[in-house]
Structures are given as structure tokens and as C-alpha cells.
Design a protein around this ligand. Structure first.
Ligand code: NAG
Length: 425
């Protein structure tokens, strides 16, 4: 197991060394106006270059700007980010059937940050046996403090008129649950991305459900400190003419749906405005040990077992056999821990290391079993430094106990906050 001290310094280095942490762009290589046409049964791979260098390969979200399919059936494509380095990424588009997909331009958003997460599903196969279909899919995520989610369609394949929608059902500490609903048998595959974020990394508006082929927004003010986009979550489309849905920004409003004189035969559009923040400033801090009280007691009628015991009072947890467990703690800012050691004839020394403040090194001390004191009890009080979900890894064995606090900032950071080790001398 590897610990590294919680380091604010790392966050500072990112700025001073000139690494970028966020970048965005528009995929002209997949745009018809820039000369692209998706031909039947053809695969394309295009490369996109970041405007600077990331310290690590970032996560890349692609939000489709325009859906533009021939009406013939079946039709559709799949799209996926195939390679990400610190300076560029590749996107593969595969036209899967006998018909053209015209173009699939998208905006992309790249973050080197664990306070957001991009989950991509390349063409989920819809196994529908009845006309009304709904399914829920659970995706694990890595940050228990995610509270904002944005789901959008990256592709869909169909064999006739379609009427479907996709949504986020819930986000908990470990998973996001999504739902796909379809009202006829013609949806074959669905590709989607889920973007998850902590509160101050991202904004998402309520979904707009528009019954018509072209939505015109009320007066709209584009933010100048965030990147605005629109994600599609579903369509009702009645075939006969091409699927055409596109976002067009004007100076103080936007439209979403068919463009110019071209029809699209869409009867319902489901979509959401979303805003990517260019910087994420919230810094998550590990828990600290506020106090430790230690008592040494002489017991006369001592029980033979256990030798070591760990209790976490507020969580009703008692550990007395070897184990490693991950715990999530929310809406609690203090944890009272009790660690009891029953002195062994050969192992009479305990080494303790505790984390008492962000800029302090671990405080180390020793406690000894004395002739008359055969029980040593520690009462550490753990305290959160902010309102956030705490993540602890508890490792318990017969001669060592460790408690590690894990936090997600630009990178994942683990901090040893308490270690007690039994030693021979
Ligand atoms: C973390 O998530 C919890 C629970 O959703 C919320 O109460 C808290 O405000 C969040 N904290 C931060 C700093 O995002």
C-alpha cells in the first residue's frame, strides 16, 4: 500500500509548469461544411490536438452538435474516443449500415480532473421484446461527492420510426443509474455519455421537452466564463424524411431542431442546456485526528480474545478479525474511534502515527505495555475539515490498524490519518 502526504503543492505546480487542466474544441473533421460525408459501411478515425499539454491524459466528453442521418433503414453509426494522450485524442466514427450518415460534428471538452467523470457507452444493444420497453443500467463512478449529472446521446441506430428517451435516475456515492425507454420496436442501438461532476464544476438546466421539429429559445444570454452546450436525450421521429437535428446559436437566442428549409419529421425533442466550467476551484480536504486520549489499565479477569479491537462508534462498526473495508461517511463531521490492545507477552510496544493537520508531518509516538498495565486503549477523535462525503479505507490485522482518508481533487489523494502497529521491542 502506498501513502503520499496530502500536497497542496501539487495543485500549484500545475499552473506554474504550464500544464492545461481543461480544453475544448469543435470537431470540424466530422462536419459536412468542412468536407466530411459519412459513407455507408465505412470507418473513419480523426485526430484532434489539444491547445496545450495536459500533465496526464484527460477525460474527453464529446457532445454531438448535429444529428444528420438518411431516412433509409436500418441506419446509424457508432462513435468513440479511441486514444487519449496528454497532447491529442482520436475519435472513430463507424457508419454501420448501407446508408449515409452525412456528418456528425461535435464539441469536445477535456478535463484532467477527478472532480468530474466521463462515462461512455458505445452502442448499447436494445434487446426489446415488446413495444413498450424500459431498462435501467448501473454504472459505477469514482467520486462520492458527485451530485450533478448530464446524459446525452452520442449515437442511435434504428429500423423505422422511433420514440425513445434516456435519463439519469439517481446518483449515489458509488453509482449512477440511468434509464432507457422506447415506445416501439425500431430502436436497435444507443450510444451515450454520462458526465458527472461536483456542484461547482458544471451546471445543467432542467430538461426541455418540445413537441415539434424546431425549438426556438427565449432570449438567451451565453455565459462568457463557461462553455455552453446542448445534449439530446430523446426523439420522436416519424420516418419518411431524414433525421435532422442541429443546434444553431444566434446572438441572443438559439434554435434546436431542423435547419433552414430542410424537414426532419421530428415530433418531439428532448434536450438539456449544460455549461462546462473552465476551472474547478473547490478543494477537498482529508479528515484529521483532532484529539487522542490514551488509557492504560490493569485488568484482573482478562478475556483471552481479542488481542486487538477497533470500534467506530457512530458507524456501529466493530473490527476484531483481519479485514480491509471501504466506508462512506456523510452528514457526520466527527467519528469517535476506540482501539483496544491487550498486551502480549512478547509484543509490548505500540507505534502510533496520526495526521493532525494539512501542513504537519505525521505525529509519531510509542506506547508500552508496563508490568501492571495489560490493556492500552486509544480514543482518537476523527474530524472532517469540510462538508463532504468522507471515504475511509480501514485495514485491520492482528498487529496493525490503519485508517486512510481518500479525496478526489485534480488527482486522487490518499492520506494516512491513523496507524497503530504492534512491535516486539
Ligand atoms: C458533497 O456531497 C454532499 C452530499 O451530496 C453534500 O452535502 C456536500 O455539500 C458536498 N460537498 C461539496 C464540497 O461538494
Amino acid at each position: 500500500m502506498k501513502y503520499h502526504r496530502f500536497a497542496f503543492i501539487m495543485l500549484l505546480i500545475d499552473f506554474t509548469c504550464g500544464y492545461i487542466t481543461y480544453d475544448t474544441g469543435f470537431a470540424t473533421q466530422y462536419n459536412w461544411e468542412n468536407g466530411f460525408l459519412g459513407n455507408p459501411n465505412t470507418n473513419y478515425i480523426k485526430e484532434f490536438i489539444f491547445s496545450g499539454t495536459f500533465e496526464r491524459p484527460p477525460q474527453v466528453s464529446i457532445v454531438i452538435y448535429k444529428y444528420n442521418y438518411d431516412y433509409y433503414q436500418p441506419n446509424g453509426y457508432d462513435i468513440q474516443v479511441t486514444e487519449i494522450t496528454t497532447s491529442k485524442f482520436k475519435v472513430q466514427l463507424r457508419c454501420l449500415y448501407q446508408h449515409r450518415v452525412w456528418d456528425t460534428p461535435f464539441n469536445w471538452y477535456a478535463y484532467d480532473d477527478r472532480r468530474i467523470q466521463v462515462i461512455s457507452v458505445v452502442n448499447y444493444d436494445i434487446q426489446q421484446s415488446s413495444a413498450t420497453f424500459s431498462t435501467q443500467i448501473t454504472h459505477p463512478h469514482f467520486n462520492p461527492n458527485f451530485s450533478k449529472g448530464f446524459i446525452h446521446l452520442t449515437s442511435f441506430c434504428y429500423k423505422g420510426p422511433i420514440d425513445f428517451q434516456i435519463s439519469i435516475v439517481s446518483i449515489n456515492f458509488q453509482d449512477v443509474v440511468i434509464e432507457i425507454k422506447s415506445n416501439n420496436l425500431n430502436l436497435i442501438k444507443l450510444g451515450y455519455q454520462i458526465f458527472l461532476a461536483i456542484p461547482d464544476a458544471f451546471d445543467v438546466d432542467d430538461q426541455i421537452v418540445f413537441n415539434g421539429d424546431l425549438y426556438t429559445s427565449p432570449t438567451f444570454v451565453y455565459p462568457n466564463d463557461k462553455d455552453w452546450t446542448i445534449g439530446l436525450q430523446g426523439l420522436k421521429w416519424g420516418q419518411t424524411i431524414n433525421i435532422r437535428v442541429k443546434r444553431i446559436p444566434y446572438s441572443n437566442y438559439y434554435t434546436y431542431g431542423k435547419w433552414d428549409a430542410y424537414g426532419n419529421n421530428v415530433q418531439t425533442l428532448r434536450f438539456t442546456n449544460a455549461y462546462f466550467h473552465r476551472t474547478i476551484s473547490k478543494v477537498y480536504l482529508p479528515w484529521i485526528i483532532k484529539t487522542v486520549r490514551i488509557s492504560q489499565t490493569e485488568y484482573y479477569s482478562i478475556q483471552p480474545q481479542p488481542v486487538f479491537q477497533l470500534v467506530i462508534t457512530e458507524l456501529n462498526k466493530v473490527y476484531s478479525t483481519p479485514t480491509t473495508e471501504k466506508l462512506f461517511v456523510s452528514q457526520i463531521s466527527e467519528l469517535h474511534v476506540i482501539i483496544q490492545y491487550q498486551c502480549d507477552a512478547l509484543k509490548k510496544k505500540l507505534q502510533t502515527q496520526i495526521f493532525i493537520c494539512n501542513s504537519c508531518s505525521l505525529k509519531k509516538q510509542y506506547n508500552y505495555c508496563l508490568n501492571s498495565a495489560n490493556i492500552i486503549t486509544f480514543y482518537p477523535l476523527l474530524k472532517s475539515q469540510m462538508t463532504a462525503v468522507g471515504v475511509f479505507t480501514i485495514s485491520f490485522s492482528y498487529d496493525a490498524i490503519t485508517i486512510i482518508s481518500t479525496i478526489q481533487n485534480q488527482i486522487e489523494q490518499t492520506q494516512l490519518i491513523l496507524a497503530i502497529q504492534v512491535q516486539s521491542h
